[in-house]
Design a protein around this ligand. Structure first.
Ligand code: SF4
Length: 449
């Protein structure tokens, strides 16, 4: 049973020291109860309390880490069925399948694409997370392929796929320091695979022939003391995978059903021979609870839309994406360059800065903290008014960077021109375009008055 904030508070040292970056123990306890912070972020709780609170406040779907270091992939930790109820915690991992039956060129091109297909959007890097290495021949070919992956894609998080415990052991001996995911414990081999997962301290996949079988294996592995599990229900059609993912999520969240309280893995690569169909299947499974999806290949035209879908779904709806309040020099501005101001909603920043950069006109872009609200919403909420803009202008240091005193404001803020002139009497306020697409033409015509 989950603990309430007050129950957690009783176990805290109540120093109100703020070292957890939250001003009071009560506020910290509330965040732990809501699953927004880990109890370990308070340095003063002892291990016994950590274990008690950690267990009681653990999310219904366990958080599992694959890999090590900054590039490690974390999955699970989910606490809700719909994103708007709270947020989705860890985005679906996207991986590519390599098998020991593939020739060198096929392996090389997939690893090249794994390394190459990385995109930046609104300041976030979108890239694949996993390489699944499948043993279809023998231990020598399996270990050789794993060495190729380690060599050519050093940042990749690895999934080791083999039905043979002996081959799996050989593979783990060369890459267990990368903390790979072991795939998979089946009804036939779960004792052997469990022993390997324990010995090498790696997460383990449960693979059932159906969901009931997966539940049985999951229960057996939990009894054996294994905690970091991933579920593969064995579904290899879109409909079955879709249904199983929903059953797993509902059982874990609504019923607190422990055997299914783990992230899932799905294999669109085994559901269609057509890459476009595979991408469409993947898009459904990203939206419906797959913890990881494994693709047969990575192609930019299908991967990019998947990345965008994933990003949209896994962005915290309660926390707007923001950029820092600051002065951003674009295209190498000097003391005669235009000064433009806008809000710190990151989409606005990236669109406006992209248009300015595209114009090639050296400019100073001032980003005012509007708590992530867009221009009009921020103005309506009282966060982008003339008085606040004037305060920001005075403290920003822009007056030391330019000789002129002309500020370009967004076209949608035309109604605050008079107020702003009163607040900043030394500045001329010019109303800029309403649409970012019109900024380049506007800047090319601009001259300081
Ligand atoms: S670090 Fe611990 S003791 Fe200090 S305020 Fe946070 S919860 Fe309280």
């Amino acid at each position: 049973m989950a603990l309430t904030g007050i129950q957690i508070l009783k176990m805290l040292p109540k120093k109100n020291c703020g070292e957890c970056k939250i001003p009071t123990c009560l506020a910290f306890a509330m965040k732990v109860a809501a699953g927004q912070m880990e109890i370990g972020e308070c340095p003063y709780v002892d291990d016994e309390v950590k274990a008690t609170i950690g267990e009681a406040s653990a999310p219904p779907i366990r958080t599992v880490k694959i890999g090590t270091g900054d590039d490690a992939f974390v999955v699970g930790g989910e606490t809700c069925l719909a994103r708007h109820e709270k947020r989705f915690e860890h985005q679906t991992g996207i991986g590519v399948l390599l098998t020991t039956e593939m020739d060198e060129a096929a392996v090389g091109s997939r690893l090249d694409n794994y390394n190459k297909l990385s995109y930046e959007r609104v300041g976030v890097i979108m890239k694949p997370d996993l390489v699944a290495v499948k043993d279809l021949t023998d231990a020598a070919a399996f270990t050789s392929l794993i060495k190729t992956v380690i060599d050519k894609a050093p940042g990749a998080n690895i999934i080791l796929m083999s039905e043979s415990a002996a081959n799996m052991k050989a593979a783990l001996e060369i890459c267990s320091d990368r903390q790979p995911l072991i795939y998979a414990a089946t009804a036939d081999n779960y004792n052997d695979m469990a022993a390997l997962a324990k010995d090498f301290k790696c997460p383990l996949t449960v693979k059932g022939v159906n969901l009931d079988d997966a539940v049985h294996i999951s229960e057996e592995l939990s009894k054996a003391g294994l905690k970091d599990l991933i579920i593969d229900s064995g579904a290899r059609t879109l409909r079955a995978a879709f249904e199983d993912n929903i059953v797993c999520r509902r059982a874990a969240i609504n019923k607190k059903y422990k055997p299914l309280g783990f992230p899932t893995i799905a294999f669109p690569c085994e559901m269609s021979d057509d890459l476009m169909m595979e991408a469409m299947i993947s898009s459904v499974l990203v939206a419906k609870y797959a913890g990881m999806i494994i693709l047969s290949d990575l192609q930019g035209d299908t991967l990019f839309p998947l990345f965008l879908e994933r990003m949209n779904l896994f962005t915290d709806p309660q926390r707007p994406m923001v950029v820092e309040e600051d002065i951003y020099p674009l295209n190498g501005p000097d003391e005669n360059s235009p000064v433009i101001i806008t809000c710190n909603f990151s989409l606005t920043y990236f669109i406006v800065s992209g248009e300015i950069e595209g114009s090639k006109v050296p400019s100073w872009l001032l980003i005012k903290d509007t708590e992530g609200l867009s221009v009009l919403t921020a103005w309506a909420a009282g966060k982008f008014g003339a008085d606040l803009i004037a305060q920001f202008m005075k403290k920003s240091g822009i007056e030391d960077k330019v000789k002129h005193r002309e500020l370009l404001i967004p076209g949608y803020l035309a109604n605050i021109k008079g107020e702003l002139e009163e607040e900043l009497p030394e500045w001329t306020i010019t109303i800029g375009p309403r649409e970012a697409g019109h900024i380049p033409a506007f800047l090319k015509e601009w001259k300081p008055s």
